[in-house]
Write a protein that binds this ligand. Structure first.
Ligand SMILES: [Zn+2]
Ligand SMILES: [Zn+2]
Length: 347
């Protein structure tokens, strides 16, 4: 049986075509993909290619997806054909100390759908036995759509950063970077009862979109971010999250904080810009906590799915364009040019 798949063969070489539906062994699960979201990581892989990918070894991208079980192997007890499921994409070795404490996403030997194994820009995807046994595969809770479950992956990563910031009711929070991840951070802060949630971005259109999504978000577009923060807070921010790849923003964040403030460097920096000079005396005298976070573990993933299912966090408004798999190039072009928020392939 044939299926349609979009595979990366190298830099900017994404080809959509028919290939065999993968066969599974008795312990694997075959998933019929329903929704597959385009992420910044897909775009980076598309622009730069990735280790192990070449003409002879193409890879199906996509790590943000959901679907229906087509065939459940022996290890998938409790899962049945036709069940709506969500998949946390990072699969750990299961043996190292980080895996044992549940941080599969920090495992040195981790594999991930759409990164170093085939992902879900295809009609079918194989879920390996290890992923089933470790809890990566889960039934979608009630009230969660296929699109919600797909973009929940990005939300779970934002949630990992959110937990580092310990946001308390009434606190002031600034998110720099108004892409889908930045808006997810703002939504989490509002859910946690933040008093004021500010967003800043180079693009005024993106900031307009944020206000349309939630009118409680206070946006600032201009050159005097510090003045703006000081005018609108008591003595600076309680929390600042940098959801953008900018060394300047990381540097400036320290100067915006109130005593005891927490900073999360959520967005990584480009390879040649990673050395940033910061005034550590501000951290010292203001007793700041500077944190980082990357990816998410399965517990984060299940927790954010619960937020959606309980109706306390809505992500449906982040899906701004839907495509068929055959039109994936348009979705990639939109994502690369930061048009709209989340681009989703529906199957
Ligand atoms: Zn992603
Ligand atoms: Zn491990």
């Amino acid at each position: 049986m044939k299926m349609l798949a979009a595979r990366l063969y190298g830099k900017r070489d994404l080809r959509t075509g028919e290939i065999e539906v993968p066969s599974i062994n008795e312990n694997e699960v075959l998933l019929k993909v329903k929704s597959a979201a385009v992420c910044g990581t897909d775009i980076r892989m598309y622009k730069n290619s990735y280790a192990g990918i070449d003409e002879a070894h193409p890879r199906t991208l996509c790590h943000e997806f959901s679907g229906v079980i087509e065939k459940a192997g022996n290890c998938a007890q409790g899962f049945g054909e036709g069940m709506r499921v969500s998949v946390a994409p990072n699969i750990g070795c299961g043996i190292c100390n980080r895996c044992v404490r549940g941080d599969f996403h920090l495992c040195n030997k981790f594999t991930a759908f759409g990164i170093n194994m085939d992902g879900a820009f295809a009609q079918y995807v194989v879920v390996p036995e290890k992923a089933v046994r470790q809890g990566n595969l889960m039934e979608m809770p009630k009230g969660v759509t296929f699109d919600d479950a797909a973009i929940n992956e990005a939300l779970s990563c934002a949630y990992n950063g959110f937990l580092k910031c310990d946001i308390k009711p009434g606190e002031s929070v600034l998110v720099v970077g108004a892409g889908p991840i930045g808006i997810m951070h703002a939504k989490l802060a509002l859910m946690a009862g933040a008093g004021k949630v500010f967003m800043n971005d180079l693009s005024s259109e993106r900031l307009d979109a944020c206000r349309q999504i939630d009118e409680r978000i206070i946006t600032y577009h201009g050159d005097s971010l510090k003045e703006f923060v000081m005018d609108n807070t008591d003595e600076g921010l309680d929390v600042c999250i940098t959801a953008c790849p900018s060394p300047e923003v990381q540097q400036a964040a320290l100067g915006l904080m109130d005593y005891g403030g927490r900073i999360n460097f959520f967005g990584g920096l480009p390879k040649n810009k990673e050395n940033v000079s910061i005034n550590t005396n501000i951290i010292h005298y203001k007793q700041l906590i500077v944190t980082g976070s990357t990816r998410a573990n399965i517990a984060h993933f299940r927790q954010t799915l619960k937020f959606i299912s309980e109706g306390i966090l809505d992500v449906s408004d982040l899906v701004t364009a839907k495509f068929e798999l055959k039109d994936i190039h348009i979705a990639f072009e939109m994502a690369e040019n930061a048009v709209g928020l989340k681009n989703v392939i529906q199957m």
